[in-house]
Write a protein that binds this ligand. Structure first.
Ligand code: ATP
Ligand code: PRP
Ligand code: MG
Length: 282
């Protein structure tokens, strides 16, 4: 049975459960459940604090886990990413009151509050900056106002939390994060159960990113049309009863679907339809 760590709270937990559900796995019914077994799929899910997941996975007691790249790196645990999942995207940045700091060099001798002490300490060491780091559990934006720190280092997504606290980012982003599937560093990459799990999640990612497009076009326009919709391998082209016409079917990126439909229409394609993909194995 494959043993998988899943975030039990916070920004990662809802989207992770949703993705696992879309991949056909049973998920817990109520938020207090700590562990469930999905016998049909031969997996067991452990609902753990997002921060602890890399540590469990690195211990080898759990095979894989879902966590954020920032949490993985911050933990210092001996685990590595094997599949980025495209949700909980964020950057990790320094921020301070406007005008107090222009770059990381200005942090020399200052105090920085953060919930990600590992990332910040490592980054400051790499930059050769001697500064103090204060660990806080959350809501670090308030630390400056209350005089606990001169600057903060925190997760930034929309920037709303910083704006609300009257703070401004400075310096280059320290890292970009998103949700990941992780495993113990150097664990068997070919393990069939792990591979099957990854294929299912990849199927969800593809189903979310692509739509299926169908259209009819004149044979003379086929080359131009196929250049607009090359598909993943190559589009399916079938004859139509009307001579001189073909039906074409190809996967296209969902974000580009409307533009592609306009371009196909402009070269004479008709009956252009898109349909959602619910699941797939490439
Ligand atoms: N507003 C956000 N937008 C996108 N990702 C976020 C956001 N806040 C946190 N994350 C990501 O979520 C992960 C942190 O999860 P965690 O549950 O520890 O914190 P949280 O989502 O802030 O929840 P809480 O602080 O309420 O416990 C990190 O990978 C982080 O990058
Ligand atoms: O740039 P934004 O879109 O505002 O998102 C970033 C904020 O979201 C998270 O805070 P959360 O609400 O989880 O509170 P926390 O600080 O207690 O973790 C994170 O710690 C930032 O404060
Ligand atoms: Mg938080």
């Amino acid at each position: 049975m494959l043993r998988i760590a899943v975030p039990n709270k916070g920004s990662l937990s809802g989207p992770a459960a949703e993705m696992l559900h879309e991949a056909g796995y049973q998920q817990r019914r109520e938020s207090k459940e700590l562990r469930i077994v999905d016998p049909e799929n031969e997996v067991e899910f452990f609902y753990l604090r997002p921060r602890d997941i890399a540590i469990y996975v690195s211990s080898g007691k759990l095979d894989i886990g879902i966590t954020g790249r920032d949490l993985l790196i911050d933990s210092g645990a001996d685990a590595e990413e094997i599949l980025p999942l495209g949700f909980a995207r964020s950057t990790f940045r320094f921020a301070a009151k406007p005008g107090t700091a222009g770059g990381v060099a200005d942090l020399k001798g200052r105090t920085i509050a953060t919930s990600y002490e590992g990332i910040v300490t490592q980054h400051l060491a790499e930059q050769g900056i001697d500064a103090s780091v204060v660990h806080l559990d959350g809501a670090v934006e308030t630390a400056i106002e209350l005089g606990v720190a001169d600057a903060i280092a925190d997760v930034v997504e929309t920037g709303t939390s910083l704006r609300n606290a009257g703070l401004e980012v400075f310096g280059e982003p320290i890292m970009k994060s998103e949700a990941l599937v992780i495993r113990r560093t150097g664990a068997d990459a070919e393990e069939p159960k792990v591979q099957q799990f990854l294929r299912r999640l990849q199927g969800v990612l593809v189903a979310r990113t692509y739509v299926m497009m169908d259209y009819d076009c004149r044979v003379e326009q086929l080359e131009k049309a196929v250049a607009l919709t090359p598909g993943l391998e190559s589009p399916t082209v079938s004859p139509l009863h009307n001579e001189g016409w073909v039906a074409v079917r190809a996967m296209v990126p969902a974000k580009e679907a409307q533009r592609i439909m306009d371009d196909l229409y402009a070269i004479g394609a008709r009956a252009i339809l898109t349909t959602a993909i619910h699941a797939c194995r490439l």
